[in-house]
Design a protein around this ligand. Sequence first.
Ligand code: G3I
Length: 329
Amino acid sequence: VEIPSLSRVYQEFFNIGAAVNLRTIESQQNLLVKHFNSITAENDMKFIEIQPVQGQFTFEKADQLAAFAQKNGMKMRGHTLVWHNQTPDWVFQDVNGEQVDRETLLQRMKEHINAIMKRYKGTIFCWDVVNEAVTDEGPELYRATKWLDIIGEDYIEKAFEFAHQADPDALLFYNDYNESNPQKREKIYKLVKSLVDKGVPIHGVGLQAHWNLVNPSLEDIRAAIERYASLGLKLHLTELDVSVFNHEDKRTDLTEPTPEMLELQAERYYQVFHLLREYRDSITSVTFWGAADDYSWLSDFPVKARKNWPFLFDENHQPKDSFWKVVQF
Ligand code: G3I
């Protein structure tokens, strides 16, 4: 049977993206070109990769990924400008190792955002401006980070303002995980609503969508989509994968997925994409955090060196039952 192109099947609905790195744009090249019309750099546009040392910009890897997108007529999402993780220590310190003040850190944030956004203006159509700023724990809203410590709560709106000045054409997103958990959902909603109410230039909410065979429930996913869409912003699924292990499953002995896992995964993908198609007016992009089961960050998380099989394509880049469930409707 002929294998249809995933992104072509979905062209009336939303873009289909994949997170990539320098290895996968080689090893998965044919698969990416056939099935995906958008890419995101898995790591290579993060602060620590772009400016590991103050003033030394290292764009080589990011440039290669951007060139791959251009050459193949793909869109590119930018990931990510301001995050607590993968940000070098120097950003928050002076030459003596002392913590910098608010004005200095704001200036560094602005310079970083300017440098990277201007370089990829016209290639990158949207940016995850602030990533994972909401805490999972307790009643507090904000995650504890140096950005928050030093600048204060307005670090988030400042990042969006700097981003909008750097590239007024770029769509600006707030991106987070556990986005469908009801408590976290309400916190994310509250944060984003406060930005919208203040007139901060924000255009979308990124739902990372790191899911497994049962969690979050379809009802919770639907409720999250409805809640964020009620803000009148665009929604992107930014990092979709469906782990074959549920949270409590700590097995490490599997060298291939069980038939039961693959069956449940196919049913899960069927239901998820059925739901996503319903919200085509809000959801304009669905990006997987990888492309095929030969490479996924989940094969190292949350259990080190435990293989996972989260995607629509297997380790040989062949369509799984999950793929057929997504393209046949
Ligand atoms: O770059 C170093 C390399 O120099 C070194 O030799 C190697 C040895 O461990 O480590 C390399 O860094 C690793 C980096 O990926 C690049 O491969 C880090 O250890 C590793 O922690 C890092 O993991 C990335 C993770 O973000 C970091 O938080 C994953 O690849 C990446 O998939 C993951 O992506 C995040 C999104 O950005 C945000 N949402 C969650 C998602 C999954 O965690």
